[in-house]
Write a protein that binds this ligand. Structure first.
Ligand code: FE2
Length: 289
């Protein structure tokens, strides 16, 4: 078992609050409110360390609120990632690697034939990036600046796990995903809840501009769907408790753009995951099973 306490900072105001308020058996399953806030303003709020504000945000997250941090990344940055990934994928074969020491970045085409190998059904083309590999896309330097704010808010040292490798049991991982038009999807599920509290999304495309419909949704207590895509823009970052049910509906392409790789729904996921040296690795859970 990994000793998680060494990654927590006793002087971190949020750690003290989480220790008091977070109960594993009453974490939120359904979204409550969507809160939109400018990324810079949010960051200042977090590092302000105001006891009142810190308590408020912990309460809000525990109630199931989802935050959208507006303009966390510039449109130009997002654009660059997408275009370079598109170019790279032309020369990559689908592969799979366990997260062991030296694990390379790799591309995997999870089509319908592979979809059942996962804890919950999903169809996507994805590339995984680990911090120990060469970072040709300049992902980690930029993303860590934002990720640290969320690690700090979670009660960890803000640079927790950045230098970890698989032997340490937990590692940072970024994935860039294209949900293929008319087939890409992710069944309604909860993320594994163990080290990273939140599910964190960076939006690389925009409904209405790159695809017509579909994409990420949440559900309320009555399992009524709410599509997040209506209010997010390229460069926005969203997060909320990973235990909140979420899924991805098949993206419906804009007419005659099905074969245009640039179009459609692109997404970037930010996650601190267990390595494959751990026995009984935690995985996500589908909503109905
Ligand atoms: Fe998820």
């Amino acid at each position: 078992m990994i000793d998680i306490s060494k990654y927590k900072d006793d002087n971190n105001i949020y750690k003290k609050i989480w220790d008091k308020k977070e109960k594993f058996d009453s974490l939120p399953k359904f979204y409550n409110k969507i809160i939109e806030i400018d990324y810079q303003e949010f960051k200042e709020k977090i590092y302000n360390n105001s006891l009142k504000e810190a308590n408020d945000i912990v309460d809000s997250l525990l109630s199931g609120d989802i935050y959208i941090l507006k303009e966390a990344f510039s449109k130009a940055y997002v654009e660059r990632i997408k275009v370079r990934t598109m170019e790279n994928w032309q020369n990559l074969q689908s592969e799979f690697h366990k997260i062991h020491e030296g694990c390379p970045n790799f591309y995997r085409n999870i089509d319908t034939s592979l979809s059942d190998k996962y804890a919950f059904k999903q169809v996507k083309r994805t590339q995984y990036f680990f911090p120990w590999n060469k970072d040709n896309l300049n992902l980690y330097k930029e993303i860590y600046k934002r990720w640290r704010v969320l690690k700090y808010l979670s009660g960890y040292y803000e640079d927790a796990w950045e230098k970890n490798t698989p032997k340490d049991g937990i590692v940072d991982r970024i994935q860039i995903v294209k949900y293929p038009p008319n087939s890409g999807s992710q069944e309604l599920h909860q993320d594994p809840y163990i080290y990273q509290k939140f599910f964190i999304s960076l939006y690389l495309s925009k409904k209405g501009k790159h695809f017509q419909d579909g994409g990420i949704y949440l559900v309320d207590q009555n399992f009524k769907k709410y599509s997040m895509e209506n209010i997010v823009n390229e460069g926005d970052l969203s997060f909320g408790f990973g235990t909140i049910f979420h899924g991805v509906d098949v993206p419906i392409p804009i007419k005659n753009t099905e074969d245009d790789e640039y179009m459609g729904r692109w997404w970037l996921g930010i996650y601190s995951t267990e390595s494959d040296y751990n026995k009984n690795k935690h995985t996500g859970k589908p909503a109905f099973k």
